[in-house]
Design a protein around this ligand. Structure first.
Ligand code: TMP
Length: 218
């Protein structure tokens, strides 16, 4: 059976992990194939180690290029150990972030340029891209307020960045979304959680090849 690759994107504080958990709980039982839930940076033992290095607030001297290369390195390992085997096994893949995060955060947020960051990521992924991407749209100031409330004092290195950085990232995402309209679907993530989850489920149900779904008649 053909695999299907779905990624979730959004600014920090968009509630992605909770949304993904609930979306998968609703969709999982209706999938004819096995599925995999994974995340970036991470999704394999080595990639999780790289994640710790990237997000450690002690690494405040990390250059923008090193950061971009480490995200790409983690992604390359994630591809080799997790994503490519899942594609070969015909699984449905749900990934919390993928290349679009690098384009927005490193390409625009860190001023490295979308084109340069795309090139190193094409090398890391051999050009494998999600079939569908859900962008959880939340204004950066709202996302940062949520993080400040939930994780005060425990923010990681990226979350500790100023609002101006997160605003640049948000504009970066808008550029990426604009250029990939067929693949990226935007959802208002400032709505109550249950509505955000139901909007995501509707979109996935629309785009997921029907032969991968079972027992879903409403
Ligand atoms: P998370 O909080 O969604 O787990 O992501 C960790 C942080 O890493 C988040 O601030 C977004 C950032 N990030 C990048 O800057 N570039 C990337 O390529 C990825 C995957 C994440």
């Amino acid at each position: 059976m053909k695999s299907y690759f779905i990624s979730f994107e959004g600014p920090d504080g968009s509630g992605k992990s909770t949304v993904i958990e609930q979306v998968v709980a609703q969709i999982g039982p209706h999938l004819k194939t096995q599925y995999l839930v994974t995340r970036e940076p991470g999704g394999s033992e080595i990639a999780e180690k790289i994640r710790q290095m990237i997000l450690d607030p002690a690494n405040h001297l990390m250059s923008a290029k090193t950061e971009a290369l480490l995200y790409a390195a983690a992604r390359s390992q994630h591809m080799a150990e997790t994503i490519i085997p899942a594609i070969k096994q015909g699984k449905v893949i749900f990934s919390d972030r993928f290349v679009d995060s690098s384009l927005a955060y490193q390409g625009v947020g860190r001023d490295l340029g979308i084109h340069a960051v795309k090139q190193i990521n094409d090398f890391a992924t051999s050009g494998i891209a999600p079939d569908l991407t859900i962008f959880l749209d939340i204004k950066p100031e709202v996302g940062l307020r949520r993080i400040a409330k939930e994780r005060a004092g425990q923010e990681d290195r990226l979350e500790q960045e100023q609002l101006a950085f997160h605003q640049k990232v948000y504009h970066g995402y808008q550029e990426v979304n604009q250029e990939n309209k067929a693949r990226i679907k935007v959802i208002d993530a400032e709505k109550p959680l249950a509505e955000v989850v139901s909007d995501c489920v509707k979109i996935i149900k629309t785009y997921l090849p029907q032969e991968l779904l079972k027992d879903w008649d409403e």
